[in-house]
Structures are given as structure tokens and as C-alpha cells.
Design a protein around this ligand. Structure first.
Ligand code: PAF
Length: 293
């Protein structure tokens, strides 16, 4: 196992990165809010395979939480994160404090428009402004060549890509597949909030996505309303579940579709008790025939 360095001081971190750049090392970066699980570890492992050095950031970013959201209770375990990051092949854990990232007088924000005003952006106003601001700062501090993001936050990947493109940031964004439990539940730090009964209810997210996949690929159903109705029915017998949204969109523009003619991205956000979970499934196009409903 590599020796994992841990730094929170921005100046010291930048000095180390300068040394790495001078030595000609490529740097892969995995931004996280900590409480690392196998999903994060899969990003770190991939970054370690593709770069000389891997940095993992652990920072629960207050800017991306709404006033009613779980910033205060978000799970934190820096010691466990050190172990898991090291196991997966990280070289540096960057874990700054809020005061270091947002010192007194901090007043500059990065906002991406368009791609942020739907889906998560519609339910969580200000969320993506917090994400783009912190990720831009982390890119500036850590100067990676490549940054790895989980496809579970599919809209976040699209937003970060737009920011990088629009602001000419010299970093390649690498989306990585969703990692699931054996029963299908997408790995998430927020799964720790679930009681045993809620966990069972949460399985309905991936089950509804699987159902949609079967309806599209086996039954050739392409009418989005019909698919959404079938997915919604998966939750009707689960009192612990409350659907926030189910959307079927173009995977690039994230614009909602009426009929599936090629690839599509199916996304959903569902409250299980008080915990809001998201999940999604990309269906690769195979030239579906349009079926009039
Ligand atoms: O996906 C996350 O954990 C966060 O949104 C990120 C990218 C680390 C920014 O705080």
C-alpha cells in the first residue's frame, strides 16, 4: 500500500503539487465529501491506474446544501477515509476546513446556467452553484490533469463538463460507472441514514430503473409517459417512498424526451422517509423504432 499523505493547508498542498509537476508526474483527482465507500474507491482505483499521483479531497461543502438540507448531519469519518483512500491507491488526502476554503470576505462564485435549472437544480436551488464554485477552487488548488466523477450524479457530471468547457479549464473530466450493492441499491454516503425498513424501500429505485430498461429493450416501449407511469407504479405500494421526480432525458442535453428514439438517461429522485436518494440508468441507443401510442 502507498503511503498516504494528509494535508489541509492550501499553501503546503500547492508546494507539494508544484514538486509533482516539476517531476513530470500526472495527477488524477477524486473530489469527495468524505465518508468514502466502494463507489469512491472505484474512482480512486481508476485514477491510480491512469495517473502517477492521485489526490482525494474530503470536504463537506456547505455552499451546496440548502438551509433545510443535511449539511449538519452529513456523515463524517476522516480516519476511515484515510484508510479507504490509501487502500484504493491515493497518494494525498486533501481535507481543508471551511475557514480555509471560504475565509472571511469570500465573495466569488462560479455559476453554470442552462444545464443547472432542471432535475436536481429545480429541486435544490443554489446546489450546483455550490458544486461548481468548490470544484473550480479545488481544480485551481490541486491542478489535476484528470478528475474522476461518479455517474450516479449524472447531472453533476454534465454541469462540471460545461464549466470546464466554458472556462477553458485544463482538466479532463472522466465519468465512472455507478457502483451498486449486490441487491441493486446505488452506493451513497446517505444510505447510512436508512433504517432497515427504509433500506428495503430504497431498493425500489433500482428496481424501477430495471423495469424501465426491460420495457424499453424487451417490449420496445418508447413512449416516455407510459414508461414513467410503469416506474411510478413501483412505488405505489411503498408508503415510505415519495417520488420527487422521474425523468427520461437526452443523455447529453438533459432535455426531456417524449419518445425514445436513441440513447436516453432515466433519472429519479425519491424520498425514502426523510432521506432523499437519487439514481439513474443510461440506456444506450440501438435505433428504436418509433411506436405510436
Ligand atoms: O459529488 C460530490 O461528492 C460533491 O458534489 C463534490 C463533487 C465533491 C463537490 O463538493
Amino acid at each position: 500500500m502507498k503511503i498516504l499523505q494528509q494535508l489541509n493547508d492550501i499553501k503546503a498542498t500547492r508546494a507539494l503539487i508544484k514538486e509533482w509537476h516539476q517531476a513530470g508526474y500526472s495527477i488524477g483527482f477524486v473530489p469527495t465529501m468524505g465518508y468514502l465507500h466502494e463507489g469512491h474507491q472505484s474512482l480512486i482505483t481508476r485514477a491510480a491506474a491512469e495517473n502517477d499521483k492521485v489526490i482525494v479531497s474530503v470536504f463537506v461543502n456547505p455552499l451546496q446544501f440548502g438551509p433545510e438540507e443535511d449539511y449538519g448531519s452529513y456523515p463524517r469519518d476522516l480516519k476511515g477515509d484515510q484508510q479507504r483512500a490509501a487502500q484504493a491507491g491515493a497518494d494525498l488526502l486533501f481535507a481543508p476546513t471551511v475557514a480555509q476554503m471560504y475565509p472571511e470576505g469570500f465573495e466569488t462564485f462560479v455559476t453554470a446556467y442552462g444545464v443547472t435549472d432542471k432535475l436536481e437544480g429545480a429541486t435544490r436551488p443554489g446546489h450546483f452553484r455550490g458544486v461548481t464554485t468548490v470544484v473550480a477552487k479545488l481544480f485551481n488548488i490541486l491542478q489535476p490533469q484528470r478528475a474522476y466523477f461518479g455517474q450516479k450524479d449524472a447531472q453533476q457530471v454534465a454541469v462540471i463538463r460545461q464549466m470546464v468547457r466554458d472556462l477553458n479549464m485544463p482538466v479532463t473530466i472522466i465519468p465512472c460507472p455507478i457502483i451498486r450493492e449486490a441487491d441493486g441499491l446505488a452506493k451513497s454516503s446517505r444510505n447510512t441514514y436508512l433504517t432497515a425498513a427504509e433500506y428495503q424501500a430504497a431498493l425500489s429505485l433500482s428496481q424501477s430503473l430495471k423495469l424501465a430498461e426491460t420495457l424499453i429493450q424487451t417490449d420496445n416501449i418508447v413512449a416516455v409517459e407510459q414508461l414513467k407511469k410503469a416506474m411510478t407504479a413501483c412505488f405505489s405500494s411503498i408508503p415510505l417512498a415519495r417520488i420527487d421526480y422521474i425523468k427520461i432525458v437526452d443523455p447529453i442535453s438533459l432535455e426531456e424526451l417524449a419518445v425514445i428514439t436513441d440513447s436516453c438517461l432515466i433519472l429519479l429522485a425519491v424520498y425514502i422517509g426523510k432521506t432523499r436518494l437519487i439514481d439513474n440508468l443510461l440506456i444506450e441507443g440501438r435505433g428504436y423504432t418509433k411506436k405510436e401510442e
